[in-house]
Design a protein around this ligand. Structure first.
Ligand SMILES: C[S@@+](CC[C@H](N)C(=O)[O-])C[C@H]1O[C@@H](n2cnc3c(N)ncnc32)[C@H](O)[C@@H]1O
Length: 206
């Protein structure tokens, strides 16, 4: 993520967050308890939605995003008993197996270098029956929107920190061995058309 994208990120996302993102994040995160790892925590948009987490580990490899995240952690009232900031990437989560009750990925699996390696790592660090909580934009089902996503993806990846618009993330989650507890497919209002199709929900580790 460039310094410029990190700087405009919150403003760029604002209308979508107000229209739907905020409510979706709250629905997914407010019930989480125990030890939680958030991958690609970005500027900390999710922070206000955690309620009573025991240990919250915020992983963000990008230094520009991490600086904003650190500021937000310092300002936010404690939503967890302990909060830690780390630089781990999704492909290499530097902790022991079975360390977490839940792993949170919001708008991250679109940008990771290797989706399968990331999901394998997430599975490794989840306790048996642990939850992968996700909100991701994905490839469109509508063929004409998908064609637009395919056409614009090469340029979009360059400007938006390796963000892919055509990933079949639900299929990748299942192929990595997770079982959906629930999944909702919905269009993100006030988002750019190429990132409007989204999935959100909870997938259980074996
Ligand atoms: C679009 S932002 C989403 C930020 C935040 N999760 C949110 O919901 O607003 C994508 C984030 O994923 C991070 N990211 C990109 N590649 C990553 C990787 N391989 N491992 C972990 N995080 C990554 C980026 O640095 C960026 O902060």
């Amino acid at each position: 993520m460039s310094w410029f994208m990190a700087t405009i990120y919150d403003r760029f996302m604002r209308d979508m967050e107000r229209a739907c993102g905020d409510a979706w994040r709250s629905e997914l995160l407010s019930e989480l308890r125990g030890d939680v790892l958030e991958i690609g925590a970005g500027t900390g948009t999710n922070l206000e939605h955690y309620r009573d987490v025991e240990r919250l580990v915020l992983a963000e490899p990008d230094p520009h995003m991490r600086r904003r995240l650190a500021d937000k952690v310092a300002q936010a009232s404690a939503r967890a008993r302990t909060v830690e900031l780390v630089t781990w990437s999704a492909e290499q989560i530097e902790c022991e197996a079975r360390s977490f009750d839940a792993v949170v990925c919001t708008l991250v699996l679109c940008s990771v270098r290797d989706v399968r390696q990331s999901l394998d790592e997430i599975r490794r660090v989840l306790r048996p029956g642990g939850k992968l909580v996700f909100l991701e934009h994905v490839a469109a089902e509508d063929p004409s929107r998908l064609a637009w996503q395919r056409r614009t993806e090469p340029l979009w990846k360059l400007v938006a920190g390796n963000c892919h618009t055509c990933r079949e993330t639900a299929r990748s989650i299942e192929e990595a061995g997770f079982r959906f507890e629930h999944i909702t497919r919905e269009s993100a209002r006030k988002a750019l058309p190429i990132v409007r199709p989204t999935i959100r929900g909870v997938a259980m580790a074996p």
